[in-house]
Design a protein around this ligand. Structure first.
Ligand SMILES: *Cc1c(COP(=O)(O)O)cnc(C)c1O
Length: 191
């Protein structure tokens, strides 16, 4: 599913939820998860990271048992702490929850790992990307990948023309020259 930036996708995912559900994410984390959850009248549980910015898995699993979140957002790498969470920690959370897990890979251009190709393995996993941190934040284009049973529901509430023609053409051009953007990200990583 394409979105007008991944912020719109976060909004779509949360708009698809029933009233009164709980949304969860580690803190500090990306601010829009809580902001959009609250603006839609949904409750938000922020679970503090460990001091080294790793996931506090036992705290998250206790909170999952208590709050039964409908969606858990995990930014991978995390924003603003910049680290990648441990794969086994992510898998433990996927295993523990009944809700959806959104792995938000906005900063993937600066990481050497991804869950994108593992999305087919988990029925409740959505993996989200954006061109924003590649250097094209003004284009407003993101996408989320997951099982068809999930993406079909998001398509029902997506506005028909959320991605304008200019963005479509510009993105197609940019992806033809993805090497330039990747080289730019590699320089930033090196620095
Ligand atoms: C920047 C960022 C977003 C939002 O990106 P847009 O595609 O510009 O809306 C989402 N998640 C994380 C973790 C981000 O850092």
């Amino acid at each position: 599913v394409l979105g007008n930036g991944s912020d719109e996708l976060i909004q779509l995912i949360l708009m698809a939820m029933n009233d009164g559900v709980n949304i969860m994410a580690p803190t500090p984390g990306f601010v829009m998860y809580q902001h959009i959850a609250n603006s839609l009248g949904l409750s938000f549980s922020g679970i503090p990271l460990n001091e080294d910015f790793s996931l506090n898995v036992s705290a998250m699993i206790s909170a999952i048992k208590l709050d039964d979140p409908a969606v858990i957002f995990l930014a991978y790498p995390n924003n603003p702490t910049a680290n990648l969470f441990d794969d086994d920690d992510l898998l433990a959370i996927l295993e523990a929850t009944n809700g959806l897990v959104v792995i938000d890979e906005a900063y993937q251009p600066f990481a050497n790992k991804t869950f994108l190709n593992r999305a087919p393995d988990f029925e409740k996993l959505l993996v989200m990307r954006t061109v924003s941190k590649l250097g094209l934040a003004g284009l407003r284009l993101g996408f989320v990948v997951g099982h068809k049973s999930l993406t079909d529901q998001l398509e029902k509430i997506r506005l028909p023309y959320n991605i304008n023609v200019f963005t479509q053409l510009t993105a197609a051009f940019a992806f033809k020259h993805i090497d330039v953007l990747n080289a730019q990200a590699a320089v930033i990583c090196e620095q």
